[in-house]
Design a protein around this ligand. Structure first.
Ligand code: DX5
Ligand code: ZN
Length: 229
């Protein structure tokens, strides 16, 4: 995974058919997804449960792009090696998930993955000030994590502030929650380059009607592109 600052659309398979992940991943990639976003929830850090490292490992052969694993779990550290073994390219932990995010980010890199740090809507940009050199991606949550299909919370001020703090560092800013063709330009203008979208990509489509995924991805990309400053 090399660094580039073009807009990347990362469909979240939280909105896919849970009985058919392999084909769903193949369909979104064939339809133009840049990354595949995998939401891991533990029913403890967030009030919902999805899947664990064994399932993520089973997704891996289907992912030809970048497998972007978003951990909404606490604690994190005991599972880092399992997600490395599952083949995650990017592993993102929440800053709110425990007292030792600095150690967690070091451990993620030491295990050979890109390290991401996610911020809930209530967490300020300053919280990552001492983590910028340990991090490859900052995920700015624009919903409270746990569910797809929620309303976008405007965090453009936080994104702008983060871009300033980051300076020349090769760091991605990812937006997660409520991204659609209306909200994508706001966050792209503010400085985000990776846009996660669940419901806005999967709505209206299916593995037997995958062209809709392509239309949805292109609509988000077209709305966001040209907004990079
Ligand atoms: C929320 C997840 C998101 C979610 C986004 O906890 O981290 O990745 O799937 O879904 P939409 O795009 O529907 O808000
Ligand atoms: Zn996510």
């Amino acid at each position: 995974m090399s660094f580039d600052r073009n807009i990347k659309i990362a469909p979240s398979i939280l909105s896919a058919d849970f009985a058919n992940f392999g084909q769903e991943i193949q369909a979104i990639e064939a339809q133009g997804a840049d990354w595949v976003h995998v939401d891991v929830m533990d029913g403890h850090f967030v009030p919902n449960l999805t899947f664990g490292p064994q399932a993520v490992k089973a997704f891996r052969p289907h992912v030809k792009t970048v497998m972007d694993v978003h951990l909404m779990i606490s604690p994190v550290d005991a599972y880092i090696d399992a997600y490395a073994d599952a083949g995650a390219d990017v592993l993102t932990a929440h800053i709110e998930a425990g007292p030792h995010i600095h150690r967690t980010l070091q451990a993620i890199r030491a295990a050979g993955m890109k390290a991401g740090v996610a911020l809930n809507p209530g967490t300020p940009a300053e919280a990552v000030a001492h983590l910028l050199d340990l991090t490859d991606l900052i995920c700015v949550m624009t919903v409270n994590p746990g569910f797809g299909g929620q309303k976008f919370i405007d965090m453009t001020g936080k994104v702008r502030q983060l871009r300033q703090m980051i300076g020349d560092r090769p760091l991605h800013i990812e937006i997660d929650g409520g991204v659609d063709p209306k909200t994508a330009p706001l966050v792209a203008t503010a400085g985000a380059d990776v846009l996660v979208a669940g419901s806005a990509v999967f709505k209206g489509g299916s593995v037997s009607n995958p062209e809709v995924y392509g239309e949805n991805i292109r609509a988000i990309r077209a709305a966001a592109e040209g907004q990079w400053t």
